[in-house]
Design a protein around this ligand. Structure first.
Ligand SMILES: [Zn+2]
Ligand SMILES: [Zn+2]
Length: 292
């Protein structure tokens, strides 16, 4: 039985009080899909992942609909103390204005954010500044990124491909690496706009949004003993996401540990095909995958 199946069963059997504490675990690494849907899904929340291990937690991405998804778990954006952002699309950062304003003006504290300096500049100057910077003026100046956040900048591993860098959030180790997401014409990660995939505790690959890039998956499998892979999956071909029929070409051993995420509203129509292709399944929204 694969790890993710085992984990799903463990979740089903878990006592209710465990499910009431999505920000902590008994020590195992737990991945809870707050959402598993595409940017424009109306049936699912966007692709956002709450990672917890012992007393530590980090929310990977915070899309437009994430505050609403957190509310279903009895959480507000102020309960989440650690954020991590993979790239600048609104289904991954659209909830951050609420995070910033609620923390500054209600909780009166700053949350932590794992973010590369490159991506910090992109999301602050191109996306977040208009809604956050001008609510106050100090010495004639608007607010800055550091007025809202305590940054946790990943440390670059020199000489490593894909600008690989490492951050820790308590006992959770997160490796970030550049992916090939946008634009659709980019030949590889080097000429793509900054977007990052993750390896959690050297055990789990989370691609975040990525086009079909089998070299990336192979490189991560060669570098780490991956127990599970969560891969971006679009139900049709074209654009800036990996299509199901492209992912079909991954090696059988890779597919067997891969669950698909970031899918559209018609996912149920594709479940038989996903099983036929030999994937572990889809990342189920609301499900927790545990690694002991
Ligand atoms: Zn997305
Ligand atoms: Zn995206």
């Amino acid at each position: 039985m694969d790890q993710t199946k085992k984990a799903a069963e463990a979740t089903a059997a878990a006592p209710a009080e465990r499910l009431d504490s999505p920000l902590r675990t008994e020590g195992e690494l737990a991945l809870r899909f707050i959402g598993a849907g595409s940017a424009f899904s109306k049936k699912f929340y966007q692709n956002n992942l709450l990672v917890a291990k012992g007393e530590d937690h980090v929310l990977v991405d915070c899309g437009t609909r994430t505050p609403e998804a957190l509310a279903l778990l009895g959480l507000t954006v102020m309960d989440v103390r650690n954020y991590l952002i993979t790239h600048s699309h609104a289904d991954h950062i659209g909830g951050l204005e609420e995070v910033m304003l609620q923390n500054r003006y209600v909780a009166r504290r700053k949350p932590n954010i794992v973010i590369t300096e490159k991506l910090r500049d992109v999301i602050w100057s191109m996306s977040l500044r208009g809604g956050a910077a001008y609510n106050e003026r100090h010495d004639g100046k608007p607010l800055d990124f550091l007025d809202f956040w305590i940054p946790n900048y990943p440390k670059r591993r020199r000489g490593e491909d894909r600008e690989l860098s490492v951050a820790t959030v308590g006992g959770i180790e997160i490796i970030l690496f550049r992916t090939m997401h946008i634009p659709d014409s980019a030949a590889g990660w080097r000429d793509s706009f900054p977007s990052y995939g993750l390896v959690l505790d050297r055990r789990v690959l989370f691609t975040s949004d990525s086009r079909y890039d089998p070299a990336m998956v192979a490189a991560m499998e060669a570098a780490f003993k991956l127990e599970a892979i969560f891969h971006d999956c679009q139900l049709f071909k074209g654009g800036v996401h990996a299509a199901l029929e492209e992912l079909a070409a991954l090696p059988a051993s890779t597919k067997a540990k891969t669950r698909l995420m970031h899918y559209g509203d018609k996912i149920d129509d594709f479940r038989p095909r996903i099983a036929e292709l030999g994937f572990a399944g889809v990342a189920e929204q609301g499900e927790t995958y545990r690694f002991r």
